[in-house]
Design a protein around this ligand. Structure first.
Ligand SMILES: *Cc1c(COP(=O)(O)O)cnc(C)c1O
Length: 360
C-alpha cells in the first residue's frame, strides 16, 4: 500500500505535516527516570480495596457526564475556591486542547515562554494558531520587559505559564506573573502540574484576576496512568470552554479510581513529601559531580547541563548502564547540552548518579 506524497499533501493540513509526533521511548527494563512519574506503587491493602470497589462499575452504562462526585473530591483536594468553576479532563493535556479549541481562529496567537512544556506549541500549531515563544533569560527566569513587549506586540488570546516550569524546574517570579495577568489582553493559564512538589500556587488568586485559569493534574502526584486533570477559573470562561469537552471524557473506571485515590490521598501526599526530600539529595549528588551545571528545581525532576557536545553520549551511556532519562539537547537552542532526570526512589537515584559519575 503506497499513498502518494501529493495525496497526503492535499489531504493533511500543512501545520500538521510540519509537526513531529510526540515520541515516547520504550523503557524496557531500564530504570525509568524520564517522564516525571511517581516511582512508588500502591501498597497491597490499597490495591485490594480498590479492586473491590471496581466491581460496582456498570460498564454497560455511560459514565456520569458531569463526574459530580469526582469533581467535588478534586475541588476539595486541590483547594479550588468556591466561586470558581471546574472542568475535568482526560489528563491536563486534554484541557490544554479544549482551551485552544475554544479560542482558535485565523490569526489568533497563543503565547508561552521558551523553553517550556512542548504540548502548548504542538496543540496550538495543530489547531492552525500562531504560536509566539518568548525566550527566557539564561537562568530560565522571565524578564518582565521582554514579556510585556511581547504581549503588546502579539496580543495573545492565551498565555500559558507552567509554574514550576517544565523542563527547567524553576518557579517564575510571581510578581512577573501578576504583571502578565494585568497586561494580557486574553486568558492566562497557570499550569500547576508540579503543585505536589512546591508550596507556591496561584489557586487562591483565581478570584482576584478575572482572566486567570489554573490547571492541575493528578499525573505527577502518582496517577499518570489514570489521566485526570482539572481546569478552574471564572464560570463565564469555563462555560465557554466546557462546550469543547466531549461529553464522556472521564470514563467510569477513571471516575471511580480518582475518587478512591483522593479518599486515600494521605498515602500519596507522603510519597510526594519523600520525593521532595530525595530531590534535595539528588541535587546535591549532581552538584558534587565535575563539569555539570545543575539548575534548582521546585518540581520532581532536575535539569542539568553537561560539557559542550556531550549530551547524546551521556544519554546513551546511561541507557547502556540501565538508566533512562530525557535528552533535551537539540529541542530548542536554550537547552543545548541539557538532560532532565526525574526524582526516583533513593536506590534508583543512587544508580543514576553512579552511572553518570562513570561517564563524566
Ligand atoms: C506533565 C505535564 C502536563 C501533562 O499532564 P497530564 O495531566 O498527564 O496530561 C501538563 N503540563 C505540564 C507543565 C506538564 O509538565
Amino acid at each position: 500500500m503506497t499513498i502518494s506524497r501529493d495525496k497526503i499533501d492535499h489531504v493533511i493540513c500543512p501545520e500538521v505535516r510540519g509537526l513531529s509526533a510526540y515520541h515516547v521511548p520504550d523503557p524496557g527494563e531500564l530504570i525509568k527516570l524520564d517522564a516525571m512519574e511517581n516511582p512508588y506503587s500502591w501498597p497491597d491493602w490499597l490495591v485490594e480495596e480498590w479492586l473491590e470497589q471496581l466491581r460496582q462499575v456498570s460498564l454497560n452504562r455511560y459514565p456520569d457526564a458531569s463526574a459530580t462526585e469526582l469533581k467535588a473530591r478534586m475541588r476539595s483536594a486541590m483547594g479550588v475556591p468556591d466561586q470558581a468553576a471546574v472542568i475535568l479532563g482526560n489528563g491536563s493535556d486534554e484541557l490544554i486542547q479544549m482551551i485552544i479549541q475554544a479560542v482558535a481562529g485565523p490569526g489568533k496567537v497563543i503565547m508561552a515562554p521558551e523553553p517550556t512544556f512542548v504540548m502548548y506549541r504542538q496543540i496550538a500549531v495543530a489547531a492552525g494558531l500562531t504560536y509566539a515563544a518568548v525566550p527566557l533569560q539564561t537562568d530560565f527566569s522571565l524578564d518582565k520587559d521582554d514579556i510585556a513587549e511581547a504581549l503588546d506586540e502579539y496580543q495573545p488570546v492565551v498565555v500559558f505559564l507552567a509554574y514550576p516550569n517544565n523542563p527547567t524546574g524553576n518557579l517564575f517570579d510571581p510578581d512577573v506573573i501578576r504583571l502578565i495577568l494585568t497586561r494580557a489582553p486574553g486568558l492566562v493559564v497557570v499550569d500547576e502540574a508540579y503543585a505536589p512538589f512546591t508550596d507556591e500556587s496561584f489557586m487562591a488568586e483565581v478570584q482576584a484576576h478575572d482572566n486567570l485559569l489554573v490547571l492541575r493534574t493528578l499525573s505527577k502526584m502518582g496517577f499518570a496512568g489514570l489521566r485526570l486533570g482539572l481546569l478552574t477559573g471564572a464560570p463565564q470562561w469555563l462555560n465557554e470552554i466546557e462546550k469543547t469537552r466531549l461529553p464522556y471524557n472521564i470514563s467510569s473506571l477513571n471516575q471511580l479510581t480518582g475518587e478512591f485515590a483522593l479518599a486515600h490521598r494521605a498515602v500519596f501526599e507522603e510519597q510526594a513529601a519523600a520525593i521532595r526530600q530525595d530531590r534535595t539529595v539528588l541535587l546535591a549528588g549532581l552538584q558534587a559531580l565535575p563539569g555539570l551545571t545543575v539548575y534548582p528545581s521546585a518540581a520532581n525532576f532536575i535539569l542539568f547541563r553537561v560539557p559542550d557536545g556531550q549530551a547524546g553520549a551521556v544519554h546513551a551511556g546511561l541507557i547502556e548502564r540501565g538508566v533512562l532519562i530525557k535528552n533535551l539537547d537539540g529541542s530548542v537552542p536554550a537547552l543545548r547540552d541539557c538532560l532532565r532526570v526525574t526524582v526516583g526512589r533513593p536506590e534508583e537515584n543512587a544508580s543514576f548518579l553512579a552511572a553518570l559519575a562513570a561517564l563524566l
